[in-house]
Design a protein around this ligand. Structure first.
Ligand SMILES: Nc1nc2c(ncn2[C@@H]2O[C@H](COP(=O)(O)OP(=O)(O)O)[C@@H](O)[C@H]2O)c(=O)[nH]1
Ligand SMILES: [Mg+2]
Ligand SMILES: [Zn+2]
Length: 359
């Protein structure tokens, strides 16, 4: 053992020497946003972040700003705005670092914005019946599309004799995705998620209902939550309505977004996310004899060869096929709806019509 002297008693705790986080830092203000504005603009206007969206509109916080704004469908939790602090008007929306969106549930064929400016997506599932590789792949494709590196969190390890089979399956989904297994109650989340929960970062929990997203959020927040007391009584109309998604600040200055469970996550416009997730199949496809190969019966199909050799799991190819088909159908459907909305006319509709026979 090497000898080392412990000097820690002689020096004050270095963490005490760090300047306290500014109001904006505590909301996740990063250089990416700061460089979109300048001193001149900030003399007259102020940045503010949407920390939750009520039915009555977004709730924004900034430096000495705590406001409810009128509803706007193109904004979502996590967005950074430049406001006129006097008129309370939105001057502009800062360019997003990332955006998570999905086709809205139901038959409306609209997009629903889930959250903006997320740095890490924690895809949460449990060591029980919720665990489902195909479902995890959906969330991961969504995150990849938004260029966010996801992390799989397996909760309820305390409920099974051996969590390893779950860990093995989750780890096999992508070599780009870390898998963390834990008991969401107690101290484990803080220690095991510390690598991602840095000051000014924004992390989001996604996953089905009941898997432990709120338990994890609470564990990270250690009883603290973002201050909302500044709302004036007459502004507080929306305060008690159900909030769908809400940002909170951890004691170290990391922002945490808890979300309600998604019953069914449909995908649209995530083709490159799917390609990243199934990069093995994408790479093999490039070697197929036909460049529109469907990897079913075609001669010279590199994917079928890989399956024969046991290099690719046929179930994985099946899931890839299903996601690709769903993405193509939903994307076309959303585009068609958008075209109608914009009264683009028959011509555009014909071009974007869902390709029903596509596999
Ligand atoms: N034993 C155990 N219970 C957990 C764990 N994570 C969550 N729970 C429990 O599962 C239930 C649902 O958790 P919750 O955080 O509300 O799930 P959410 O719907 O994803 O937000 C609660 O009763 C939690 O106490 C865990 O790791 N181990
Ligand atoms: Mg919850
Ligand atoms: Zn092929």
């Amino acid at each position: 053992m090497t000898m080392s002297r412990d000097y820690s008693n002689l020096f004050p705790d270095v963490t005490l020497l760090k300047p306290p986080l500014s109001a904006l830092d505590a909301l996740g203000w990063q250089p990416f946003f700061a460089q979109q504005t300048n001193v001149d603009e900030l003399l007259e206007r102020a940045p503010a972040r949407i920390i939750e969206v009520h039915r009555s509109g977004p709730h924004v916080l900034g430096d000495k700003i705590d406001l409810m704004l009128p509803p706007r469908a193109d904004l979502t939790v996590g967005d950074w705005l430049i406001l006129d602090p006097v008129t309370k008007e939105i001057h502009r929306v800062l360019e997003r670092k990332s955006l998570l969106k999905r086709p809205a549930p139901g038959t409306e064929r609209k997009e629903q914005l889930i959250a903006a400016n997320i740095d890490t997506v924690f895809v949460v599932t449990s060591c029980n019946d919720d665990f489902n590789v195909a479902r995890l792949e959906r969330y991961i494709a969504l995150a990849f599309e938004a260029q966010i590196i996801p992390v799989i969190i397996l909760t309820k390890t305390d409920m099974v004799a051996d969590p390893q089979p779950y860990i093995d399956q989750a780890s096999s989904i992508s070599d780009q995705v870390t898998c963390v297994a834990l008991d969401a109650r107690g101290e484990e989340p803080k220690a095991k998620l510390a690598d991602w929960c840095k000051p000014r970062a924004t992390v989001a929990f996604l996953g089905s209902s009941g898997v432990g997203k709120s338990t994890l959020s609470n564990a990270l927040l250690e009883g603290q939550s973002i201050a909302t007391q500044g709302i004036r009584e007459d502004d507080a109309r929306g305060r008690h309505t159900t909030t769908r998604r809400e940002l909170h600040t951890m004691p170290n200055g990391c922002l945490v977004l808890d979300t309600p469970g998604m019953r069914e996550l449909q995908l649209a416009h995530v083709a490159s996310g799917i390609e990243d997730l199934f990069s093995d199949i994408s790479e093999l496809s490039a070697q197929c004899k036909f460049n529109d190969c469907s990897h079913e019966t075609e001669p010279g199909c590199a994917v079928l060869v890989a399956i024969d050799q046991g290099a690719v799991d046929p179930a994985r190819l099946g899931r890839w096929r299903k996601l690709m088909a769903e993405d193509a159908f939903n994307s076309a459907s959303l585009s068609e709806r958008r075209a109608k909305d914009k009264a683009f006319g028959k011509m555009v509709r014909a071009v974007t019509k869902p390709k029903k026979n596509r596999r």
